[in-house]
Design a protein around this ligand. Structure first.
Ligand code: ZN
Length: 175
């Protein structure tokens, strides 16, 4: 399966994710916001040196449904420490076909098939674990969030996923 982490890097959360991944010998993909990558270059470096994949998740995470095409494209393509990545994941998974057409000139666009809702503050960690267990299949792309908001659910769910699925013969690869 392919674990992915959106919206980081974050100085209080990302290193905990890296520790867990290392503990289970797992590789993953980090879709970083350009503005966070600029704020926390040392954490970005730690992700890279651990051998994980970095993807661009736009500069400041605009929703394609709420802003003009031009504004969205400028933000998506804005230069940052992650803008030269091979992969791009649209914020909120929202992108119009003509934006897709433009982005494909520079990136391979990646979505996901398993959303665990780790960002839902009204969900418990055990609910998020249950969702992950129910949805994950061979070859799944799972999206977690390495943010302060998601951490109380994401970290237990990540540990459960790594533990449970390594016991069941799964491998954790980067994109
Ligand atoms: Zn995001």
């Amino acid at each position: 399966m392919y674990l992915s982490f959106d919206d980081g890097p974050n100085p209080l959360v990302t290193e905990k994710v890296l520790d867990l991944l290392e503990k289970y010998n797992a590789k993953a993909s980090f879709f970083c916001k350009g503005q966070n990558a600029r704020l926390y270059p040392d954490i970005l470096e730690k992700i890279k040196s651990a051998g994980h994949t970095i993807g661009n998740h736009s500069y400041s995470h605009l929703n394609a449904l709420n802003v003009t095409n031009k504004k969205w494209l400028i933000d998506a393509l804005r230069k940052s420490p992650v803008s030269d990545s091979f992969f791009f994941r649209p914020p909120y998974g929202k992108i119009f076909p003509w934006q897709c057409y433009r982005l494909k000139k520079d990136y391979k666009i990646v979505f996901w098939d398993v959303l665990t809702y780790d960002y839902r503050i009204d969900f418990t960690a055990s609910k998020v674990i249950k969702i992950a267990r129910k949805k994950i299949r061979n070859g799944s792309i799972i999206v977690f969030h390495d943010t302060i908001m998601a951490a109380p659910r994401m970290l237990p769910a990540l540990e459960d996923t790594l533990k449970h699925y390594s016991q069941n013969g799964y491998r954790f690869d980067k994109l």
